[in-house]
Design a protein around this ligand. Structure first.
Ligand code: ZN
Length: 242
């Protein structure tokens, strides 16, 4: 499976604390988490030509992982449409992390303004709400994080599957792990990953992201959706005319 981890890589350049926490940048750290025998990982950032996501790279990606925050607007609409089409055609899964809830990619693919409320970094209990789901494999009924507060209402469509829920020490709650089926593709949003927090060091967070990549990988759909309806493509109706 081929995974592309995209990171805007902006906080890394403006605050040395981020690079100290995630040497090489969040993309490099996440790529390392995902690398295994079955998964080939490449990284891409905003500074790369065409955001590192040329047609060839997008066409060669089975699952894209997206981290962005301060530069959402700099991602070109044409690129977002390219990604949306590939997801809807069932050729690529999409994993959106943390502040990616406001990215053009998440908003366009899922269909939302992405808005939520937020506040100070604090203790969070991540609750496993759907233990039978493949993304929850190996995850206990709850685990603890120290994270930026994200809280409801989160203005997203009702998820197709709600896998994790966050409770924060100030009393707020958040739908933290959401699955969406869009067209023939799969999308997972996961809340942890504030640039100053250590959540990506947490083995359960790592396991969830790995599980999500495997879950979101495209099915081997038997016909090319981008060329139109299969009954037109293969002229199935012909046999009734004989
Ligand atoms: Zn954040």
């Amino acid at each position: 499976m081929k995974v592309t981890v995209w990171n805007e890589n902006c906080h890394e350049k403006s605050d040395p604390r981020v690079l100290e926490l995630y040497p090489g940048g969040l993309h490099a750290y996440l790529a390392n988490v995902l690398k295994c025998d079955d998964i080939e990982v490449r990284t891409a950032t905003l500074d790369d030509e065409e955001c590192g996501l040329t047609q060839a790279v997008v066409d060669d990606t089975d699952v894209m992982v997206w981290w962005g925050h301060m530069a959402h607007r700099e991602v070109k609409d044409e690129l977002v449409e390219k990604i949306r089409q590939r997801v809807y055609n069932g050729k690529m899964g999409l994993i959106v992390l943390h502040s990616g809830h406001m990215s053009k990619v998440f908003r366009q693919v899922v269909g939302t303004n992405g808005h939520l409320s937020w506040g100070r970094d604090q203790n969070e209990i991540m609750w496993n709400l759907l233990p039978a789901h493949p993304i929850a494999a190996g995850i206990p009924d709850h685990f603890n994080l120290f994270e930026e507060l994200y809280c409801e209402p989160f203005y997203v469509p009702q998820p197709d599957e709600l896998v994790f829920g966050g409770w924060f020490e100030d009393g707020f709650i958040f739908r933290a792990g959401l699955c969406y089926y869009r067209g023939a593709g799969k999308v997972f949003y996961f809340q942890p990953g504030h640039e100053f927090c250590r959540s990506y060091y947490n083995p359960y967070v790592q396991r969830i992201i790995c599980n999500a990549v495997k879950w979101a990988a495209p099915n081997d759909i038997g016909y090319p959706i981008e060329n139109g309806c299969p009954c037109i493509q293969y002229k199935l109706s012909d046999k009734f005319d004989q």
